[in-house]
Write a protein that binds this ligand. Structure first.
Ligand SMILES: Cc1ncc(C[n+]2csc(CCOP(=O)(O)OP(=O)(O)O)c2C)c(N)n1
Ligand SMILES: [Mg+2]
Length: 339
């Protein structure tokens, strides 16, 4: 678990550096080696490690727009994931999905930029497993800002009424972009949503990977034994802005610093030391994790970009009439998007 957590944290530190290249002085979102938005999950690693420890490749995980820590813990191919983030042709989605749309069918992982959108597909995977008589489970991650979305609530209902092997994990980082959680709903905790669906609901109040591990183990064990779904909420901390480039002017003074002080990675190191793991062993895990990240980034940056004539391959629309790889967007004739 520690290895995954430090891999995810260092991975995002390296992505930050790469992301900022070429985007300054005026923030140009399309410039630099990583075009588009970038949502970092630093401070949320415990929620990924504690849950994904109980999963294997056959289990399904869906993640929202802040996916790196979960993808790493689920075993998504780090090199192809990085190539995807850098928009390269050998990326998981041939460089067309970007960091929010990481799909790796080898380990049944899917990401989406539409909040709570991962819930219905996870319920579908769980229903398929049940019908096939397999003991695999599905896990859907979402943020606390998504707990009033219809897709989430309908998924809770279907999972409950069909007694499906699915775990919903709310990562409560207190914020939905600039919206504090108190203004999203009147219920105190997201885990209380379970009550309305006659499903077990549990909240882990601090981001301790071991506490998450225990709670998730119980829920996933229950799901594998045919005893239905669980809703688990984990308090995590958003160390960064909502996305890279967020000035965070809405954040009260000290909030960001407080989030940074509650570091689940330091907590994990203390836990390991108390368990008698020596500092050299901890350092080795950290060094190997960093090396793996550096190698993946180096590999990805060497990968080819997609060719312009591949722009309309693997997408749900045909090229506009008269389109060629050299057509400028303003010259293309719109087809109305219905073919
Ligand atoms: C259905 C939908 N509505 C709005 C958005 C825009 N949006 C992107 S992230 C976000 C806030 C999400 O907050 P939360 O679920 O708490 O996740 P966090 O960003 O804190 O990880 C919103 C509103 C979206 N992506 N999808
Ligand atoms: Mg949030």
């Amino acid at each position: 678990m520690y290895g995954w957590m430090v891999t995810a944290r260092y991975y995002e530190e390296r992505l930050q550096e790469e992301y900022l290249e070429g985007k300054q002085p005026a923030f140009d979102i399309s410039a630099g080696p990583i075009p588009g938005e970038l949502h970092l999950a630093a401070g949320q690693e415990a929620a990924a490690a504690g849950v994904c420890s109980h999963l294997d490749d056959a289990d399904t995980v869906t993640a929202p727009h802040r996916p790196h820590h979960v993808a790493i813990a689920k075993g998504v191919d780090l090199e192809r994931m990085t190539a995807e983030i850098f928009g390269r042709r050998t990326g998981l989605c041939k460089g067309k999905g970007g960091h929010m749309h990481l799909f790796d069918s080898a380990v049944n992982f899917a990401g989406s930029g539409i909040i709570a959108e991962g819930c219905p597909p996870a319920v579908g995977a769980a229903l398929a497993a049940k019908k096939r008589g397999e003991d695999s489970v599905a896990v859907a991650y979402l943020g606390e800002g998504a707990i009033s979305q219809g897709g989430f609530l309908e998924s809770l209902n279907l999972a409950s009424v069909q007694n499906l092997p699915v775990l919903f994990v709310i990562e409560d980082n207190d914020w939905a972009i600039s919206m504090p959680k108190e203004r999203v709903t009147d219920i105190r905790n997201g885990s209380q949503r379970a009550d309305g669906f006659d499903m077990p609901g549990k909240r882990v109040d601090y981001d301790d990977a071991c506490a998450v591990y225990e709670a998730a183990g119980e829920a996933i064990g229950r799901a594998r034994d045919g005893n239905g779904p669980t809703l688990l909420e984990v308090q995590v901390h958003r160390r960064m802005g909502h996305f890279m480039g967020d000035a965070e002017g809405y954040r009260p003074e000290g909030d960001s610093e407080r989030a940074k002080r509650r570091d689940s990675i330091e907590r994990m190191e203390t836990t390991l030391q108390k368990a008698g793991i020596d500092d050299d062993t901890i350092g080795d895990i950290r060094d190997r994790s960093h090396q793996r990240v550096d190698d993946a980034i180096e590999w990805a940056k060497d990968q080819p970009e997609p060719e312009p004539d591949e722009a309309y391959d693997d997408v749900f629309t045909n090229p506009p009439a008269g389109w060629t790889p050299n057509t400028k967007p303003e010259q293309a004739e719109s087809t109305g998007g219905d073919d």
